[in-house]
Design a protein around this ligand. Structure first.
Ligand code: HEM
Ligand SMILES: *[C@@H]1O[C@H](CO)[C@@H](O)[C@H](O)[C@H]1NC(C)=O
Length: 502
């Protein structure tokens, strides 16, 4: 009896062709996938998507902010994409972006945590946290940045000192071709380091240079195909070897570096004399100790410090590198900047922030560098906090939102020469003119926390370099304005000559 039953089963299986089975399985999975990713009524339109993969392979990761143009043309200012397990909506156009970040700010205030970021910080720190933790950490960071010099003399002096060191270091090359990347990175990083750790690092400090390299590498990998693949398919990628694993190794090392500095602070901490961000945070931890719901704990200390370090280094440094590159490509503009500095500041004294109002041309050039450099082309993604209506479309809670800053910065209706570097965009009758379609720091409650600091740094460093050097391409070389895609758009590796001015 049992024997005949088992033979029946065997013949049943034999009768089913293996291919039929496979086909059934695949169809089943397709259906499950379709049901899972069915969108509500009035969801923004978007291109046809593959099951599981979504639109992943329709996007060229080396220029992902550009290649989707066809979709904008076809679907308009609000369209959707499916990237792995995330539903993404891309919003373009000043009126909509302004509406999102003013009237509807609360609905878009949350940060989207990519799986990479999720694994690195969880809901800790400044950039990737949400809810109460974000509110507490952001308020505290803003206040502390202010207390340790933002808007005060001391931080400006630190910037001037650092600019002096940078000029010295670059001057040592005697006008020979150099890649200024690491020196600029180090100088810029020293400003945020002095606020957070209370110290600056020498440009020869190998350990610090190594860390900056780890950071640069991690950022680059996070924006690369490997990083995006991890974000799209984290559960599979987690177990596969590849460059994405390096992202996590680098972050572990960066965290270790910060923990080490925190330990040192704890040893010689004097609550009566907070020296920097870490000291102030330790104080806050003591105040809130025993309260479980407080976000002032060691994990947030590490992550917030790391976030300030990360956000305060790469962005400003990349912008400065674009600035020097644009000056070599537009020597007449460089001459105009130098003439203004010579007239307003002269050769002897250091540039200070109070000179900015008397230097509209230089100020306009820096803005134009930020417009053209466009280093964060799709802003930092947000997440919809509650079901929201935007421009007649329904955006369910949890939808990932990208705002297309590139579209603003290159809008032919807004800029006289959208694709050409032209400081006149920010000038009117020789005076500096603000522009609404210029949002490199984004806007609203979640906008860049370091805007003021960044703008001060850009002005002091750029002016100090222009005061001392003329930047030129190496002989017989043509410098390229091509970008490298990472978490920011940065210039491709290049060398440049800093010829001392007399
Ligand atoms: C040229 C330099 C910089 C640019 C272009 C820039 C741009 C941005 C952008 C576009 C965002 C996302 C805002 C949003 O979601 O709407 C952001 C966030 C942020 N930036 Fe900057 N940034 C720069 C420099 C700095 C500096 C120097 C600091 C250091 C204090 C900093 C700290 C932050 C932090 C902590 C956030 C996260 C804020 C939050 O999520 O609440 N940034 N930045
Ligand atoms: C953003 O805008 C630019 C300029 O209009 C366009 O080329 C690009 O395709 C847009 N990107 C996305 C993702 O919408």
């Amino acid at each position: 009896m049992i024997a005949s039953l088992s033979s029946l089963v065997t013949s049943f299986w034999a009768a089913l062709h293996l291919r039929t089975l496979l086909l059934a399985a695949v169809t089943f999975l397709f259906l499950v996938n379709m049901l899972r990713s069915r969108h509500p009524k009035n969801y923004p339109p978007g291109p046809w998507r593959l099951p599981f993969m979504g639109n992943f392979f329709q996007i060229d990761f080396e220029q992902r902010h550009l290649v989707l143009q066809q979709f904008v043309k076809k679907y308009g200012n609000v369209f959707s994409l499916e990237l792995g397990r995330s539903s993404v909506v891309v919003v373009s156009g000043l009126p909509l972006i302004k509406k999102m970040f003013t009237h509807l700010d609360q609905n878009f205030v949350n940060r989207f945590l990519s799986p990479v970021r999720e694994r690195i910080t969880g809901n800790n720190g400044l950039i990737g946290s949400n809810g109460q933790t974000w509110k507490e950490q952001r308020r505290f960071a803003l206040m502390t940045l202010r207390n340790f010099g933002l808007g005060k003399k001391s931080l400006e002096q630190r910037m001037q000192e650092e600019a002096y060191h940078l000029v010295e270091a670059i001057g040592e090359e005697g006008g020979q071709p150099l890649d200024p990347h690491l020196k600029i990175n180090n100088a810029v990083s020293n400003i945020i380091c002095s606020v957070t750790f209370g110290e600056r690092f020498e440009y020869e400090d190998c350990q610090f240079q190594e860390l900056l390299k780890l950071l640069d590498e991690a950022m680059h990998l996070q924006g690369s195909v490997a990083g995006q693949l991890y974000n799209a398919f984290p559960r599979i990628m987690k177990y596969l070897p590849g460059p994405h694993q390096k992202i996590f190794r680098n972050w572990e090392e960066l965290k270790l570096f910060i923990s080490h500095i925190i330990k040192k602070h704890q040893k010689d901490w004097n609550p009566d004399e907070p020296r920097d961000f870490i000291d102030a945070f330790l104080m806050e931890m003591q105040k809130h100790s025993g309260r479980k719901t407080s976000s002032f704990n060691e994990e947030n200390l590490i992550c917030s410090t790391l976030d300030l370090f990360l956000a305060g280094t790469e962005t400003t440094s990349t912008t400065l590198r674009w600035a020097l590159l644009y000056m070599t490509v537009y020597p007449e503009i460089q001459e105009n900047v130098q003439a203004e500095i010579d007239r307003v500041v002269g050769h002897k004294r250091q540039v200070s922030l109070s000179d900015r109002d008397s230097m509209p041309y230089t100020n306009a050039v820096i803005h134009e560098v930020q417009r053209m450099g466009n280093i964060i082309p799709l802003n930092v993604p947000r997440e919809v906090t509650v079901d929201t209506k935007l421009d007649g479309f329904h955006l369910p809670k949890g939808t990932v939102i990208m705002t297309n800053l590139t579209a603003l910065h290159r809008d032919p209706k807004e800029w006289a020469t959208p694709e050409v570097f032209n400081p006149e965009h920010f000038l009117e009758n020789g005076q500096f003119k603000k522009r609404e379609s210029f949002l490199p720091f984004s806007m609203g409650k979640r906008a860049c926390l370091g805007e003021q600091l960044a703008r001060s740094e850009l002005f002091i460093f750029f002016s100090a370099l222009m005061q001392r050097f003329t930047f030129k391409p190496p002989i017989n070389e043509k410098l390229s304005l091509k970008f490298r895609m990472g978490l920011t758009l940065s210039p491709v590796k290049h060398r440049i000559c800093a010829v001392p001015r007399l």
